[in-house]
Design a protein around this ligand. Structure first.
Ligand code: C5P
Length: 418
């Protein structure tokens, strides 16, 4: 059963969720990755119809792909089973008409050469040729040996396929099944999903630079002990991923978190509030949006001890003196570019109670056009959240949904606002 992504009320779903993908496999050892990719598509909420070339069926069985996709697999143009609910023995027409996209993964060198010439001697190439070109995009994930990939014929074919409107994804570098090392491996299933998912988003932030802070900060007490907080970074990372999918150049300044960098995002790892401020200052000059999602320490030990603080037997704990950290958001929001409207600043408020009152007060104090409130203890480390958007015009609720879905909804709002 597909896990569907929950979207906040009034927002439209994007990405592969709810889409029907025809997943084509041509012959290559990377077919084993297509099995995992098929599962990932379904997990992300897509439905998948697998079509294989006879060569692909030499590498992985249709039974495997049928079990993973939950649908009968088509291989032959002479297959007379009902396809796409129609009984006319024209699988190449019927299967392509119901697709939101055809994704060929792996796309072998030979298969791409065939597509280029409009050849159609088996079902998959026939279906690619017969697809309504304006309505059904063709996405190709090349997979081949490094010599085959760099061969002028292949590079010429890739360029021409792009010119003909196909979306040819990149390849991975590294060890190849043949024992050689270089470019040409098919992207890993996770990266493939990211790329195909990103394809279905509006590029509403194209040409924009979005700078985001995320995660906790860590303030040293002595060389061993630190002061930190429970922020997982999930919301900030989800925002970075959503902004990248919306076409923005994204810089993500993050405290220590156990999260993978979203694809297409430039990550800057920092530790203390002071480090985070310095990293933001280094990158904010050409940003169009600044989203302060990090849980930044408000105070830091005035002078971290050079050596580990020891118990002295008196029973008295050491007296720690704190100084306030720089308010990164307020400082950026007070800059000339923010004041002139060239830089749109968004703050977050994690409160424990009385969310609306505190969030509105915080928005005014920090002088930002948008402040996003949430209940901290309810959301730290969780995959879900509920948000309260506070602007000068009033408030808007985004009820409980996945952080991923909320991030997309929020990025859409920000894109509209700028
Ligand atoms: O004042 P408070 O910490 O509650 O404000 C939260 C908002 O301000 C968040 O957007 C947070 O990222 C930002 N902030 C900051 N620098 C600080 C403290 C908070 O950017 N030193």
């Amino acid at each position: 059963m597909a896990e569907k992504m929950e979207f906040p009320a009034g927002t439209t779903p994007s990405g592969v969720a709810g889409r029907h993908i025809v997943l084509g496999l041509s012959g290559g050892i990377a077919c084993y990755k297509a099995a995992e990719f098929c599962r990932a598509l379904i997990k992300a909420g897509a439905t998948v119809q697998v079509v294989m070339t006879p060569s692909a069926a030499e590498f992985i069985t249709p039974v495997t792909m049928q079990a993973l996709s939950g649908r009968a697999v088509f291989i032959s143009q002479w297959d007379d089973r009902t396809a796409g609910g129609v009984d006319n023995n024209m699988a190449h027409i019927n299967l392509s008409r119901e697709a939101d996209a055809i994704v060929v993964a792996p796309a072998s060198a030979d298969f791409m050469a065939k597509l280029l010439h409009g050849r159609a001697d088996e079902l998959l190439s026939l279906m690619c040729l017969a697809r309504p070109i304006e309505r059904v995009p063709l996405i190709l994930a090349p997979a081949m040996n490094r010599e085959m990939w760099t061969h002028p014929a292949t590079q010429r074919n890739v360029a021409q396929l792009r010119a003909d409107g196909a979306h040819v994804l990149g390849v991975d570098a590294g060890a190849q099944a043949c024992g050689e090392v270089g470019d040409g491996r098919m992207l890993e299933p996770d990266a493939l999903l990211e790329a195909v998912d990103a394809f279905f988003y509006d590029k509403s932030l194209a040409g924009r630079h979005v700078l985001i802070t995320a995660g906790p900060t860590v303030e040293a007490i002595d060389p061993v002990r630190v002061l930190t907080n429970r922020s997982s970074g999930k919301m900030g990372f989800a925002l970075a991923s959503a902004a990248a999918r919306a076409g923005a150049r994204v810089t993500l300044v993050t405290g220590p978190v156990a999260l993978a960098t979203p694809s297409g995002v430039q990550r800057v790892d920092v530790s203390s509030a002071a480090d985070m401020f310095a990293a933001v200052q280094a990158d904010v000059h050409d940003a169009h949006v600044f989203i302060a999602c990090a849980a930044v320490a408000d105070w830091t030990p005035a002078t971290p001890a050079a050596q580990k603080l020891k118990k002295d037997g008196s029973g008295e704990p050491p007296a720690l003196r704190f100084v306030e950290t720089v308010d990164i958001l307020a400082t950026v929001a007070a800059s000339a570019r923010a004041q002139s409207g060239d830089l749109y600043c968004v703050g977050f408020a994690a409160e424990s109670h009385d969310l609306e009152r505190h969030a509105q007060a915080k928005r005014e104090r920090k002088n930002v056009p948008l402040l996003v409130g949430n209940i901290g203890p309810a959301t730290f480390g969780q995959d879900d959240n509920a948000l309260l958007l506070v602007t000068a015009q009033g408030t808007e609720e985004m009820p409980l949904a996945s952080k991923k879905a909320l991030a997309h909804a929020l990025i859409k709002r920000i894109a509209q606002a700028i």
